[in-house]
Design a binder for this molecule. Structure first.
Ligand code: ATP
Length: 508
């Protein structure tokens, strides 16, 4: 029997588990870490690989209309001029001149403190789940401190991109609590620059890619000419991207080096793009559920028309309920034929397809589902983490931490446990099974400690099944093992053939 509870500070619990069990470490930790960069430990590397493999299998191998590519991280700098990133891949930045802290202007909120219709000062707060509440509390505080009499109006939260020039000097910096040190927002380009070759002058400037998508556009013609593809078709890629985020935060949710899985789905210029867009949104939602994300944590956010780029026809984000709020997990954008058009114009190489029916050439349009591996990684940890009070047959209550990961993603699929480590017959059978399983699956052999403790260690890292080789295995006919299931903790006997059949069905 078990009673699940979610800890009060779920993020803290997850960061601690990730460190303790080798999922995620701060990068260069012995030198104090580097803000916005992370390393994935032995279990994290497996989990991440499983996320990538599931996506690649479902998106590329199991579809007849999508091919995969892998393009270089550093591309010709003209790519980023044509795509608009050199001019426009910016976030609004606000500096605090006193503390030297930097803020993303759209994540720094402020409000006028209005008492009896008169502005008596300003308060500020960083974006959180409760920004308005924090601003209201700060306003009440200010009124009390300044001993102002009268009726305080409910605060109206605005972000720093909306601040009027005469307001900026009056808004307190979140770092110092005092007004006067914040600068007006200015554009900050998030691309990391580097130099290619021995010269470090303007002619050698290049960029680490801020998205993988441009690789698909720039190689479009190569794929069309060699890939035996016909519209509609997609080009997919998984790879690292780099953004010099002003405020990396929320663990691996927003980092400066991360991994993307993107697909460009090219369609006819006259195709029903809205239907295709909707089909891809539905596909992405179904895929997230297939890797174990619960329906009630997922929602959609449709970008309002006025906030779309001029070429964009529509963007819908699939949102996930993280412990720090509902945030973008997967963006699905209908981008028209902007990108191919831009590259055609900048390179002088037409990016067209010949339409046999109309005998006309045209530039295909595109639907782009773009997701971050690290954000999926964090989502599955958040959705899967639970602490439970477990009552055994003797009525003893014990705590267990369990990670309910889908068998598709679990870093270890099966733990093989000989009941005793000093019984040769048990160990021999366990090792034999372990070697067989290892050929196909990530499995773990553990003969240390009592069996209950060994189960707990596996629960905490999300191993869906433990197999115990016990005396019944070697003494009774049938060569069966005890299969213990992670979520229900139920046990049953199973043969080797049945175990392989179970894995074949659940791990795909
Ligand atoms: P955000 O608004 O959160 O900055 P975005 O809209 O700029 O994200 P896109 O450019 O659409 O993101 O990138 C596609 C996907 O890449 C996002 O949905 C997200 O999953 C992932 N992603 C983007 N930026 C980061 C980051 N800094 N760290 C981790 N993943 C990221």
């Amino acid at each position: 029997m078990s009673t699940p509870t979610v800890p009060v500070n779920l993020m803290e619990a997850i960061v601690s588990l990730a460190k303790r069990r080798g999922f995620v470490f701060p990068s260069s930790e012995i030198y104090g870490g580097l803000n916005g960069f992370f390393d994935y430990g032995p279990l994290g590397a497996e989990l991440k690989k499983n996320i990538r493999d599931c996506w690649w299998n479902d998106m590329v191998r199991r579809r007849d209309d999508v091919v995969g590519i892998e393009t270089s991280i550093i591309m010709h700098p003209k790519v980023w001029e044509a795509s608009g990133h050199v001019a426009g891949f910016t976030d609004p930045l606000v500096d605090c001149k006193v503390s030297k802290q930097r803020y993303r202007a759209d994540q720094l909120f402020f409000a006028a403190v209005v008492v009896d219709g008169k502005i008596s000062g300003y308060v500020s707060a960083l974006e959180s789940e409760n920004t308005a509440g924090e601003l209201q509390a700060a306003a009440e505080d200010l009124k009390r401190k300044k001993a102002i009499q009268g009726q305080l109006a409910p605060v109206v939260a605005k972000d720093m991109t909306e601040a009027q020039p005469d307001e900026i000097a009056l808004i307190p910096s979140p770092a110092t609590g005092e007004p006067g040190s914040l600068t007006a927002p200015r554009s900050f380009n998030m691309m990391f620059q580097t130099n290619v070759g021995a010269m470090t002058d303007a002619s050698s400037v290049a960029y680490l890619r801020p998205e993988t998508a441009q690789g698909m556009f720039v190689d479009f013609k190569n794929v069309v000419d060699t890939g035996r593809v016909k519209l509609p078709f997609g080009i997919a890629q998984i790879g690292k991207s780099f953004r010099n985020e002003i405020t990396p935060r929320n663990f691996i949710f927003r980092s400066r080096e991360f991994e993307q899985m993107e697909m460009e789905y090219f369609i006819h210029e006259d195709a029903d793009w809205a239907r295709c867009h909707e089909e891809w949104i539905a596909w992405c939602e179904a895929w997230l559920k297939s890797i174990g994300l619960p329906d009630d944590h997922l929602s959609r956010h449709t970008h309002p028309k006025e906030k779309l780029a001029f070429y964009s026809r529509g963007t819908v984000d699939i949102m996930f309920k993280y412990p720090f709020g509902v945030q973008e997990l997967w963006g699905i954008a209908a981008r028209g034929n902007y990108d191919l058009g831009q590259h055609a114009a900048a390179s002088g190489k037409p990016q067209e397809i010949f339409d046999e029916a109309t005998k006309k050439k045209f530039v295909p349009h595109v639907i782009e589902p773009a997701v971050g591996v690290d954000r999926i990684f964090l989502a599955v940890l958040c959705a899967g983490y639970a602490e439970e009070d477990v009552t055994d047959e003797k009525g003893n209550v014990e705590k267990r931490t369990v990670l309910r990961l889908s068998p598709r993603l679990a870093p270890v699929k099966v733990a093989v446990l000989p009941l005793l480590k000093n019984k040769e017959a048990l160990v021999g059978r366990a090792k034999d099974l372990y070697v067989k399983l290892k050929r196909r699956y990530a499995v773990f052999y553990d003969d240390g400690g009592n069996i209950g403790k060994r189960y707990r260690r596996q629960d905490e890292i999300g191993t869906p099944w433990c197999v115990t080789i016990d005396f019944d295995t070697i003494e009774k006919p049938g060569d069966t093992f005890t299969l213990r299931e992670r979520d229900s903790m139920q046990q049953r006997r199973i043969t080797e053939a049945e175990l392989f059949a179970l894995l074949e069905e659940q791990v795909y």
